[in-house]
Ligand binder design. Structure first.
Ligand SMILES: O=C(O)COP(=O)(O)O
Ligand SMILES: [Mg+2]
Length: 215
């Protein structure tokens, strides 16, 4: 492994509380009741548009202008991106160790690139990243493999030397379509993802060279 690319929400950062806060402001605008984090987090991972559209559908919230609602949600989130978000367990020390071991690091997320960089910067991870690919960096979003392949290309490593780490079926399917090795974290926000036992990741430190469970 020469490079590791990470999903953001549900993989590096538990951003569900801030996403829920912004979503609840939008729901209030639409006259709908606030929702629990545990409910909202099941919709995270396909980008803001899918989040708003699917949550509205699940709650039977009608809209005559989805674009406006998505823009409003993003504005709320942009105003408050890291109020109650937190890094998962050993993310920082493990990524620093990977970086120190010469492994190139990147992020491929369905969050807008600017917002992803704000969140990564807040947690001190941005300087470790050689590339951040967001929903608006390319014309493609996960699970389209071209989003991930763009990140691989930017890192300048061969696809077979990269591992992609994510938390949802979107990440699993994206990596499979890109023919990139994938690890699915044991934590995260969405529904359980069916992957082989060796494709699971129990802690970031298991990615380190020499770690028992690597590859
Ligand atoms: O759905 C989003 O907004 C981003 O999610 P991701 O970081 O898990 O790709
Ligand atoms: Mg995710």
């Amino acid at each position: 492994m020469k490079a590791a690319i990470f999903d953001l929400d549900g993989t590096l950062v538990d951003s569900a509380p801030d996403i829920t806060l912004s979503m609840n402001r939008l729901l209030a605008d639409r006259g709908a009741p606030p929702q629990e984090v545990a409910f909202v987090e099941g919709f995270i991972g396909e980008g803001a548009r899918a989040l708003v559209a699917k949550l509205f559908a699940a709650l039977d919230v009608r809209t005559d202008d989805l674009d406006r609602d998505v823009a409003t949600y993003i504005a709320y989130y942009r105003a408050n991106p890291v109020e109650s978000s937190r890094l998962y367990a050993d993310a920082k020390p493990a990524l620093e160790a990977l970086h120190g071991a010469g492994i190139r690091l990147g992020v491929c997320t369905n969050k807008l690139q600017e917002l992803a960089e704000i969140v990564l910067d807040h947690f001190g991870l941005l300087p470790l990243m050689s590339v951040v690919v967001g929903a608006d960096t390319t014309p493609f979003t996960k699970p389209d493999p071209r989003a991930l392949l763009h990140a691989v290309e930017a890192l300048g490593v061969a696809p077979q030397d990269v591992v992609y780490v994510g938390d949802t079926v979107i990440d699993r399917d994206c990596a499979a379509a890109a023919n990139i090795a994938c690890r699915i974290v044991d934590w995260g926000t969405g529904p359980a993802v069916a992957v082989a036992a060796q494709a699971r990741l129990a802690r970031f430190a298991d990615l380190l060279p020499g770690a028992v469970a690597t590859d």
